[in-house]
Write a protein that binds this ligand. Structure first.
Ligand SMILES: NC(=O)c1ccc[n+]([C@@H]2O[C@H](COP(=O)([O-])OP(=O)(O)OC[C@H]3O[C@@H](n4cnc5c(N)ncnc54)[C@H](O)[C@@H]3O)[C@@H](O)[C@H]2O)c1
Length: 429
């Protein structure tokens, strides 16, 4: 099948490489010339394990190419997959301007019977608006579909090759047949449903996972008050088969490129339909406030951050990615910097200043954990990169009071305390 993927970000590049590896002829299209130049040279503009090898392999096989030209890409495609960003607008709804502008740009070059599938996360009603917009600019018959994406950054190649399900939201048998054919080789359940259901399913999945994180954070707050240990509590509840051990992450709150914006969109949508007090709105508000409440609490525990040497370990929003969208570090570092701390940060892949464009006199990103924690009064373990979790902190204990804020509950508190650190976890004493 001849496929164009519009938007060569995380989702677009992964999808393009995987669809090519399934034997399709794929073109990746982006308005960002610099990104396309890199991709043409076989360079992935972000860190995603396993992706660069796959990209180069498919380019060399002649199955995958990149362009900034809508005419070149669309005029030879039977399937156009839109994978542009849908960030939060200031009113917290999904900003659909990139989706709509890609629709406007592609419309003049559409082939007869082409399918336009939206893979970007968009609210119900978006496909219909997009189809209307395209119809105004073309006379050819074309189809629409919703093809939501469920991959996780950090394991995106694996997730795309082994998805839990493929969801196709459409109204025409022709579309279901073509998209079934495309995904058959993945050997995953293929779910056919209405367009609005497909889009709601994507928001529901992300909002549920964000709610699970928020729920366990609220329980962790209570544990902190009464001497219970959240990890022991999770172990007990997890044995209940209705609940399960997986996906319990007490911490600083959810971040990343998707959960915050998708919960915001569902909360904003709820407000427009008279459900302003609902769970999504509460989850959104609780999560936005959480990290600041914890920072205030941590600050009290070490008698203020002013003039303290502080190490921040982990800058990306989770391990195995350099993505810093809504990463806890983007709130912790400005907070500490404004309090007058002397900050050294470390991450194996992410670059703070490059991503945030923020420079603080009292913040320096260093290349090793040893450098970051040297003479530190406080160590923040923010992201569970293996090298950060497995670091032998006990061997580096200095002869002065030092506190480890284990923001992901990754360390063994007993070992840390035996090494004479003060240990502060989440929902555990
Ligand atoms: N990142 C994830 O883990 C993930 C997972 C599932 C779903 N999604 C959804 O997929 C969508 C894309 O996410 P992402 O993280 O890949 O975004 P991204 O920001 O990494 O990439 C978006 C790309 O679209 C390009 N673009 C913008 N306007 C364009 C236009 N008019 N024409 C061509 N290209 C254009 C940008 O230059 C950019 O390269 C979002 O809706 C997101 O919610 C993301």
């Amino acid at each position: 099948m001849h496929i164009t993927i519009i938007g060569t970000g995380f989702v677009g590049v992964v999808s393009a490489a995987i669809y090519a590896s399934l034997g399709n002829q794929v073109i990746g299209l982006d308005v960002d010339q610099e990104k396309i130049n890199k991709l043409k040279k076989g360079q992935v503009p972000f860190f995603e394990p396993g992706l660069e090898d796959l990209l180069i392999e498919q380019q060399q096989a002649g199955k995958l190419s990149f362009t900034t030209s809508y005419q070149e890409a669309i005029s030879q495609s039977e399937l156009i997959i839109i994978a542009v960003g849908t960030p939060s607008a200031p009113d917290e709804t999904a900003d659909l301007r990139y989706v709509m502008s890609s629709a406007e740009s592609l419309a003049p070059y559409l082939q007869k019977d082409a399918i336009i599938a939206i893979k970007s996360t968009v609210p119900p009603g978006t496909l219909e608006k997009l189809m209307e917009l395209v119809k105004q600019q073309t006379k050819v018959k074309f189809y629409g579909a919703s093809l939501p994406e469920f991959l996780r950054e950090g394991s995106a190649v694996h997730d795309t090759l082994h998805p839990d399900r493929i969801v196709i939201g459409a109204t025409d048998d022709f579309v279901f047949e073509k998209l079934d054919q495309l995904h058959q080789a993945l050997n995953a359940p293929i779910v056919h449903c209405g367009v609005a259901s497909a889009q709601m399913a994507k928001y529901t999945a992300n909002t549920y996972l964000a709610t699970r994180i928020t729920f366990i954070n609220e329980i962790a707050n209570l544990c902190q008050k009464n001497g219970a240990d959240i990890e022991e509590v999770i172990n007990v509840i997890g044995l209940d088969q209705r609940i399960g051990q997986h996906y319990w992450y007490p911490g600083l709150g959810y971040g990343g490129s998707c959960f915050p914006k998708d919960v915001k969109e569902l909360a904003a949508y709820s407000r427009t339909v008279g459900e302003e007090g609902n769970l999504m709105n509460k989850v959104n508000e609780i999560n936005k406030q959480r990290i600041f409440d914890l920072l205030i609490n941590f600050e009290k525990q070490i008698d203020g951050f002013a003039n303290k040497k502080v190490a921040v370990l982990g800058l990306s929003f989770k391990p195995n990615t350099d993505d810093m969208r809504e990463a806890p570090s983007t709130k912790i570092i400005p907070y500490l910097a404004n309090k007058g701390a002397d900050i050294k940060s470390f991450d194996p892949m992410a670059n703070y200043e490059q991503f945030t464009k923020e420079k603080y006199q009292n913040h320096q990103q260093v290349n090793t954990i040893e450098e970051a924690i040297k003479e530190a009064d406080a160590i923040f373990l923010v992201v569970e990169w293996p090298e950060i979790v497995q670091f032998p902190y006990a061997q580096y204990k200095e002869n002065k009071p030092q506190t480890i804020f284990d923001c992901r509950n990754q360390l063994n508190p007993e070992i840390i305390k035996q090494a004479n650190y003060q240990y502060v976890g989440i929902g555990r004493s």
